[in-house]
Write a protein that binds this ligand. Sequence first.
Ligand code: ADP
Ligand code: MG
Length: 536
Amino acid sequence: MSKIKVLPQSLRDKIAAGEVIERPASVVKELIENSIDAESTTILIEVLYGGKRLIRVSDNGIGMDKEDALLCFERYATSKILNEEDLFNIKTMGFRGEALSSIAAVAKIKLTTASKGSNQGVLIEIHGGEIKTIKDLSSIGTTVEVKDIFYNMPARRKFLRTDSTELLHIIDTVSEEALSHHEIGFTLSSDNHETLSIPPSSCSRERIMQLYGSEFLDSLTEINIKTKEMSLNSFITKGEYFRNSKSHQFIFINRRPVRDFLITHAVYKAYEGILPSKKHPVFFLFFNINPQYIDLNVHPTKHEVRFKDKEYVYHFVYSSIRESLTKYKHPISFTSSMPSAISENVEFEYEPSFSFIYLGDTFIALTDKGGLTLLDQHAAHERILYEKFLRGLDINSNRLLFPKQVRLSHKEYITILENRIILKDFGIDVEDFGYDTLLIRSFPHFLTNADISGILSDIASIILNGELTKEGFKKTVAAKIACHHSIRGSIKLSPEEINHLLSDLSNCKNPDTCPHGRPTKISFSLEDVKRMFKKR
Ligand code: ADP
Ligand code: MG
């Protein structure tokens, strides 16, 4: 029996209109969400050439009968809402009946489907919105094949990025849907190679582990909070495992991946005083909110929601995370191997009498030839390490007896593999170990205690964020590695270590600024001080 109805005009007018299909990943998202709404337990996604040539999504869900299969390509044809009230009580991923019609208008579609329990299925082909074939065919579940996206819109096709960039967007989309639907098994294959294979799992925790590995999961703490209006199951950075980029921050509201400035702000606020400057927490927040408290009909791609009571949500997120963080009493992060990096210089001369005081955590005030120098120990150490990296000579790379396995997100994993030749210049030798895992064969000995997966993940985001020249790339990577490894505020150095730091700094080509351009030290000569006091 058919289920799909075309929405009346009065309801269409209330639906957020706009472009749904921007790129192959948008097609993947819409098709996966349809399979989810069809109660599928396994979803297979196959793509060719970053989805530009082909996207095929097959599921084992409830399917459609022939009448619905013909109707589903109509604009505003949906089985998910009937009236305006439903618009404020949405429990499905889709509800506007726009996706299939939008895809059919810009690509060549082949749909094969059969209603569950019936062996009579149908095959329909539509090119650019026009029906080409209708055939009876037995089938299980639904398969939608989308070929040659934007074939009839050359201007839009031209704006698509390279196959590998489009594939990365698809991987992001599949990972997001997989994170919010842990009970469903997902397989993604690209150009006939299996790229992701995620069996059904019992909870979000297990799903995060399937996607990112157990080491990553160990760096997170789980918090569960429930009130009458909403519940939150979250996994957030604990201890010192902060990142240099925002690459692992996810918010799901009623299983829908969303971006939300308010919630993100509340998380950062909860980390106030704990998060070192320029660092970012990892977070996966799974909210379950009574649908009547939110409006999903805000944005055509459904990436945004509107809350009835913003302040409540903000406070809920802030207080639940803050409470858990302060309970754990996080140490401020720093790298424990710092002193060895400083005491390498054998020419160091011991200077016992040395006047200095710490101003706050990272600034050291020292007297110097009758004047005053303010030193930022973190910035200074960053500069020293940065130049060491760029010289390359001091990268004493050790071949490891027992190679280290590092599991990354799939996107990071391919990015690092594709750029491993450049990483070799930094003494990092990686090999493919399959299943998003890299084998680290060798890496610089001073990175022994560093968070190597954090470093690799940051390097991947640099590569993904822009098209840097090799030289620019090297500089950025060197700065990132230096920053990861340099002394954090809150470590108090001994006079010998400060002296050593100063001598290493004076040997730098550009001792006055850190790799990001901030000053390492500011000096006032006795003359300057006199001038400031208007004494000449
Ligand atoms: P929406 O999901 O907003 O309802 P779509 O254009 O994505 O709109 O889909 C239209 C209708 O087609 C859906 O409401 C659903 O009834 C049907 N449909 C689409 N994909 C599937 C699928 N994989 N399995 C079963 N039914 C589907
Ligand atoms: Mg849909």
